[in-house]
Ligand binder design. Structure first.
Ligand code: CTP
Length: 219
């Protein structure tokens, strides 16, 4: 396997409300860290942009971030051969971040939050992709609808979309295992059996190498 520059995003972003609170999600970063580790074991050069503090293979270059904006800035500086975007990036963030802790005494009637959209990092990457770059997206769904997923793959402009139904037992957040369906450019949906996240990482990296082989040399 020819050594590649691989970018991986991982973990759930945290969008601050005030200095002590944030809007977050259940992603732990395990799937992304498994991909980064496996890619490093294969001898690739790996940049992992992550919100997670999980241990990684010593050869992985780790960039720790918290918010969608920080993740985007970290990704902006990298032009990889392959990008595998496993992060659960917030779609919305509080429009304003309170400079001091929000006090309940000042909000007796309850608190109304206004949220604004975050930037879509993967769509931005796809918009400026180099000819032979391979992009892999993840979609965590709570109802696996293939027609919707095909539309999402095309809209995101990725070569491979990895679908997982996060409500399925043994799959998704906080799990050691995952059951995914790979959605290819051809529209073909390839369901994989339940396996460890390391084994899923293997499968995904094998597909990436195949995609690069069919799309020609990287340089
Ligand atoms: N993604 C990203 N930046 C965002 C949102 C998502 O890079 N601001 C990436 C994720 O890392 C993942 C894929 O896009 O690879 C998920 O796509 P998307 O469908 O936008 O996320 P969902 O929240 O599942 O979308 P929807 O709300 O439409 O179901």
């Amino acid at each position: 396997e020819e050594p590649l520059e691989i970018l991986v995003t991982a973990g759930g972003t945290r969008e601050p409300l005030d200095p002590v609170r944030y809007l977050g999600n259940r992603s732990t970063g395990k799937m992304g860290h498994a991909i980064a580790d496996e890619a490093a074991r294969r001898g690739h050069s790996v940049v992992l942009v992550t919100t997670s503090g999980l241990q990684t293979h010593p050869a992985v270059e780790v960039v720790r971030v918290e918010t969608a904006m920080e993740m985007r800035e970290a990704v902006d500086g990298v032009s990889p051969d392959v990008a595998v975007m496993t992060a659960a990036v917030a779609d919305f963030r509080p429009r304003q971040q309170a400079p001091a802790k929000i006090k309940k005494g000042e909000h007796q009637e309850g608190l109304r939050l206004e949220l604004e959209r975050t930037e879509d990092i993967l769509t931005e990457l796809a918009g400026q992709r180099a000819p032979h770059q391979v992009l892999v997206g993840f979609a965590a769904e709570t109802n696996a609808d293939l027609a919707q997923a095909r539309a999402k793959r095309a809209a995101k402009g990725v070569d491979l979309l990895v679908l997982n139904d996060v409500l399925e037992p043994g799959a998704g957040f906080e799990s050691e295992t995952n059951r995914v369906t790979l959605l290819h450019r051809s529209g073909q949906a390839e369901p994989l059996p339940l396996m460890s996240k390391e084994a899923v990482a293997h499968q995904i990296l094998d597909r990436v190498v195949q995609l690069l082989a069919t799309s020609g040399p990287t340089s």
